[in-house]
Design a protein around this ligand. Structure first.
Ligand code: AMP
Length: 396
């Protein structure tokens, strides 16, 4: 369903509360990667270019103790934002109270203000993360309009997304949220065929929901990574010391039966004696020998996966094909990523932190149609779930 977008709002002279996702990696006040700040710029820029006042809310990490507050203030993020926007940004080191209210009331059209980390409220009974009704109502009272541009938290019902939305007459999506909904939504609900899903990563249990939802929609599901070997066990193959979730073997059997030849498992693997880059390793087909663990998919599997990908028109990729952090077991992930980058006539979508990291390492990121900013949120979207943060945005 089409959602109200920030560009549908008349923001002039208005105090626009915006939930952004500024949850960036930060250490000793230094931002490791400012991608998420950059991703929020179009929405912020739109509001200030149209003479609105942008009041930004975000969480940063998890706040469990008073100590955490020192490391997880949004002040450095506000400073970086000011550099990126090339204009002053007011930072308020509070999540409520007179200082915040006065700063908002003193804003002029086109001004930008960053409120302190919303999760500072979590020290007091998890008010942000448990969507305390009083907090959402209070934050909503600070502005005239509400825009949610934080896809990364859309799978959570927090005070700064669902809480504020439910206390406003309407809530609009920001441009980043709009883009995420468009690409992930089209892939799941209206994909161009052949539609291929590539699923990897450590655990079957994390991806079961996605596999179940995509069995009907996708033409092929290529499986790699640690979760492969639970499927191997389900097929009666030997798995040696490979990762396995024994309590999920029956479920894997069910999926194999349901999916038929849509589900493509690796035919060969790189196996090693230990979980170490320096361990003796080799390629084997089929059964994993005793004393070995499978840490990557093998060259025949890579060739088969590439063959399937060649004709794909929509591809969604989530999770590495092996232990890509170790160079000897990175090849499967890197080659699959490369094949994705080579597709010129397909919509390619990457969701999740590790696959995104692999895409960046490969330099293929610019060739991918859409790299989702939300790991957990994109998985839940692919599972076909309704995300509370999105449900709370007004339908057009
Ligand atoms: P996830 O967070 O579920 O996407 O899983 C990513 C992690 O899975 C990465 O840290 C990989 O190193 C790990 N992984 C991938 N393949 C394997 C494997 N065959 N055995 C053990 N761990 C793996």
């Amino acid at each position: 369903m089409a959602k109200l977008i920030v560009s549908d709002l008349d923001v002039k002279d208005k105090k626009v509360l915006v939930r952004v996702d500024f949850n960036v990696p930060i250490k000793n006040g230094v931002i490791g990667d400012d991608n998420r700040i950059v991703a929020a710029l179009p929405t912020i820029q739109y509001i200030i270019d149209n003479n609105g006042k942008a009041i930004l809310f975000s969480h940063l990490g998890r706040i469990k103790t008073e100590e955490d507050k020192k490391e997880l203030s949004l002040r450095p993020v506000a400073e970086r934002l000011s550099e990126l926007l090339k204009k002053p940004v007011t930072f308020v080191p509070a999540t409520r109270g007179k200082e915040l209210e006065d700063a908002i009331n003193n804003m002029k059209d086109g001004d930008v203000l960053v409120v302190e980390n919303t999760r500072f409220e979590d020290l007091d009974g998890k008010k942000e993360s448990k969507n305390d009704p009083e907090l959402g109502k209070y934050w909503a009272s600070l502005g005239d309009l509400y825009v949610n541009d934080a896809f990364g938290t859309a799978h959570r019902s927090h005070a700064s997304n669902v809480g504020i939305s439910s206390n406003m007459p309407q809530a609009a999506a920001g441009f980043l949220m709009e883009k995420e909904i468009k690409f992930l939504g089209d892939a799941v609900e209206n994909p161009k065929h052949p539609f291929v899903a590539i699923l990897g990563g450590a655990k079957v249990s994390d991806k079961i929901g996605v596999i179940s939802n995509l069995i009907e929609k996708a033409d092929k599901i290529l499986v790699g990574g640690g979760m492969t070997y639970t499927f191997y066990a389900a097929k009666g193959l030997s798995i040696g010391k490979s990762l396995v979730e024994t309590d999920k073997i029956d479920l894997a059997k069910q999926i194999i039966a349901e999916a038929g030849d849509k589900l493509v498992l690796p035919v060969d693997n790189v196996v090693a004696t230990e979980f170490s880059n320096d361990a003796p390793h080799k390629v084997v087909e089929g059964d994993i020998p005793d004393g070995y663990m499978a840490l990557d998919i093998g060259p025949k599997s890579v060739a088969e996966f590439k063959d399937v990908l060649k004709t794909a028109k929509t591809v969604v990729w989530n999770g590495p094909m092996g232990v890509f952090e170790m160079s000897n077991y990175a090849k499967g992930t890197l080659e699959v990523g490369e094949a994705l980058g080579d597709l010129t006539d397909a919509t390619t979508i990457i969701g999740g932190g590790d696959s995104t990291a692999a895409a960046k390492q490969l330099g293929i990121a610019p060739k991918i149609t859409h790299i989702s900013t939300g790991g957990g949120a994109s998985l839940e979207y692919l599972e076909g779930k309704e995300l509370p943060g999105i449900a709370a945005i007004t339908n057009k």
